[in-house]
Write a protein that binds this ligand. Structure first.
Ligand SMILES: [Zn+2]
Length: 85
């Protein structure tokens, strides 16, 4: 089972079942909505600057770590629905 964060990261590449699960989960989960929003904002900021020089996997790994760090600092609550949040 992959975490919701990974599914959100891979949103564009999900199959229909995964996409439907995610669509049903997001409205019920503040953490994952915040994650999706933060991811979108972070991508918008750094994509232009970095994407040309970084390979996509390294870029995503960096983004994940940056967001996880930010999340710890903000003291987000653990997700009640998903086991990885
Ligand atoms: Zn969640």
């Amino acid at each position: 089972m992959r975490s919701w964060q990974e599914l959100i990261l891979d949103r564009e590449y999900l199959d229909e079942v995964q996409r439907r699960d995610l669509d049903q989960h997001l409205p019920n989960c503040n953490n994952c909505r915040a994650w999706a929003k933060a991811l979108g904002e972070a991508e918008a900021v750094v994509t232009d600057q970095l994407l040309a020089e970084m390979d996509p996997l390294a870029f995503r790994a960096q983004l994940l770590h940056a967001l996880a760090r930010e999340r710890r600092q903000n003291g987000w609550q653990r997700c009640l629905i998903c086991w990885m949040c």
